[in-house]
Design a protein around this ligand. Structure first.
Ligand SMILES: Cc1cc2nc3c(=O)[nH]c(=O)nc-3n(C[C@H](O)[C@H](O)[C@H](O)COP(=O)(O)O)c2cc1C
Length: 180
């Protein structure tokens, strides 16, 4: 299976990128690409879009197209999805009705140091992705207290177990959702 894991943070030491990397660690038999440099994309602007496809967008589109499933790991900023990730979804939603996200199975994860784990951001992201036409998988994972559980070299064993179960449940046990 070809899995693309996108982190909505570019921060050194990002908890969300750590979670995206954990997906790769848990799927050694799959091809997993982790993207944590969404800042390569310019801010969406219709004039810029009309002027041509930015190289970073062309690369991201190709990676999404090649993926059997996309895992998006979102931080939470002010109760919602960070602008960095919203910008990437805006670019990927274009052109309308031909978005590479249309029909693409997407699994949404989030991580935050709070007791809520970024659940608002995850919920909002699921809503936006559904609107764009992605096939948002019903399950997900929001990691609370992520600074403790993902902040050191050894991730919390329960998080690892929960993520492993989720990946089996969603990627291996739902062939009708994902045709690899
Ligand atoms: C501008 C800003 C707003 C934030 N708002 C929230 C929030 O609403 N909910 C939350 O759980 N964490 C919030 N945080 C804390 C982030 O969850 C925390 O910085 C997290 O580590 C960011 O993800 P990262 O580690 O992947 O970069 C906010 C952080 C920033 C910088």
């Amino acid at each position: 299976m070809n899995i693309l894991a996108i982190s909505g943070s570019t921060r050194q030491g990002s908890l969300n990128t750590r979670l995206a990397l954990l997906v790769a660690e848990l799927r050694p038999a799959d091809v997993v690409t982790v993207v944590s440099d969404l800042d390569r994309l310019p801010f969406y602007d219709a004039d810029q879009e009309a002027a041509g496809t930015p190289q970073a967008l062309a690369e991201l589109r190709a990676t999404v197209t090649a993926a059997d499933v996309v895992v998006v790991v979102t931080p939470e900023y002010n109760g919602t999805v960070p602008g960095l990730l919203g910008n990437a979804v805006d670019w990927l939603s274009r052109p309308p009705r031909q978005s590479v996200l249309r029909g693409k199975p997407v699994l949404v994860l989030s991580a935050s140091p709070t007791p809520y784990g970024g659940t608002w951001a995850a919920e909002h992201l699921r809503s936006v992705l559904t609107r764009v036409g992605a096939t948002v998988l019903p399950a997900g994972l929001s990691v609370a207290d992520a600074h403790r559980r993902l902040g050191s070299a050894e991730p919390d064993r329960q998080v690892v177990a929960d993520l492993a179960d989720l990946l089996v449940e969603t990627l291996d046990s739902a062939p009708q959702a994902i045709s690899a």
